[in-house]
Design a protein around this ligand. Structure first.
Ligand code: TMP
Length: 206
């Protein structure tokens, strides 16, 4: 089996930078690497992403619709891309996975956590990242970075949510890290990117 590593955290926490650094690390060690982002990564999942993030759907999309669509995109990605890659021994680096659903739809939207865990079991079965790094960032900093990036690309439907929503998501991530100490590591994302990477690598070796 390959190595399945996931980066989680609210927007602006530096997940993509760490994924690129990890990609270089594994490639230099001679591994084949696959980077994925959620929702997305297949034709069907990218189409679902469009529906999920379209700002025109703000205040229209039901929370259960949202929950199911994220999992629909994930089921397709797992079936079409992740499982075949892991079976070939490829290192899979994921920008978000199932813990995003627990954090955003569970803690953020307030949907029942046990119901979501059951759904994630249906979606993922036993295919789950062996390590998840949660980049922990104050919401105020995340919002600053979002405003800067959003000015370039426009805000998506989730980014249009209020600060309170993201506070619940960030706190949810901290709870998830506490409840899953074996496979989940919470890292302070306010420090320099290089230092975050050193910490991350130290946990990979351990
Ligand atoms: P991103 O690719 O820019 O991170 O956008 C994905 C957005 O979707 C981000 O705001 C987090 C959100 N999201 C959920 O709410 N639930 C999920 O299960 C996933 C994967 C993402």
């Amino acid at each position: 089996m390959g190595n399945f590593i996931c980066l989680e955290g609210i927007d602006g926490s530096g997940k993509s930078t760490q994924i690129i650094a990890l990609e270089n690390l594994f490639k230099n060690k001679g591994f084949e690497v696959l980077k994925i982002r959620e929702p997305g990564g297949t034709e069907i999942s990218e189409n679902v992403r469009e529906i999920l993030l379209n700002p025109a759907h703000k205040n229209k999309m039901n929370n259960i619709t949202e929950l199911l669509l994220y999992n629909a995109a994930r089921a397709q990605l797992l079936h079409e891309v992740i499982k075949p890659a892991l079976e070939k021994g490829v290192v899979v680096l994921a920008d978000r996975f199932a813990y995003s659903t627990l954090a955003y739809q569970g803690y953020g939207r307030g949907l029942n956590i046990d119901m979501i865990k059951n759904l994630l079991n249906i979606t993922c079965g036993d295919c789950f990242p062996n390590k998840t790094f949660i980049l922990d960032l104050p919401v105020s900093l995340s919002r600053e970075r979002q405003a800067r990036d959003g000015a370039r690309s426009g805000q998506d439907r989730i980014e249009l949510e209020k600060n309170e929503f993201f506070e619940r998501v960030a706190e949810g991530y901290r709870t998830i890290a506490k409840e899953n100490p074996k496979n989940c590591i919470l890292l302070n994302a306010t420090i320099a990117q290089d230092d975050i990477f050193k910490l991350l690598v130290s946990h990979l070796d351990g």
